[in-house]
Design a protein around this ligand. Structure first.
Ligand code: AMP
Length: 170
């Protein structure tokens, strides 16, 4: 299936100069939605994670169904002030602006193998900060998975050593 035909390009969102790769058409079509989750699950199964972490908010949309398919637990990485229990925090640079992410300190037992999922890797700052949060819990990053990689931004170079799975490259 041509998954790219289900990605919509929105120029100058959320600010001038950014070409936003919109995954909502991919999710709205049941065939492309199921196909993308099934393909994603096939490609990351060999990593044998104990947990999946999804990054707010589009990482939830792919991370949760993947966790369900792989039969592993899920933990959300969220924007500041959203998680109710004690958190670890990490601040990072985004393609547009700065932000902080948080993860519950007890999201998974120390020593877990954690697969980090988001819809898209641009500069890699978001995923690298999430990896730092996973490490702070005493767990290991088993890998990273993204629906889309913006190759020219070289986000992979910012990630710690771990397998990276992507479904689409631009
Ligand atoms: P980065 O930290 O630069 O890798 O940015 C990745 C995060 O920002 C992901 O959570 C994406 O959802 C979002 N993002 C960054 N650039 C884009 C883009 N061009 N289109 C859609 N989402 C983007």
């Amino acid at each position: 299936m041509d998954l790219k035909s289900h990605i919509r390009d929105i120029p100058d969102f959320p600010q001038p100069g950014i070409l936003f790769r919109d995954i909502t058409p991919l999710l709205a079509n049941p065939t492309s939605m199921q196909y993308s989750i099934d393909l994603f699950a096939q490609q990351v199964a060999a990593l044998q994670p104990d947990y999946i972490v999804g990054i707010e908010s589009r990482g939830f949309m792919f991370g949760m169904p993947l966790a369900y398919k792989l039969g592993v637990g899920f933990a959300p990485v969220r924007k500041p002030g959203k998680l109710p229990a004690a958190v670890h925090s990490a601040t990072y640079a985004l393609e547009y602006g700065n932000d902080t992410l948080e993860l519950h300190q007890d999201a998974f037992p120390a020593g877990s193998r954690v697969l980090i999922i988001d819809d898209l890797i641009a500069t890699g700052g978001t995923a690298a900060a999430t990896a730092a949060l996973v490490t702070q819990t005493g767990s290991t990053v088993a890998g990273f998975g993204f629906v889309i990689e913006l190759v020219a931004l070289q986000g992979r170079a910012k990630l710690p050593e771990a397998p990276v799975t992507v479904l689409l490259q631009y």
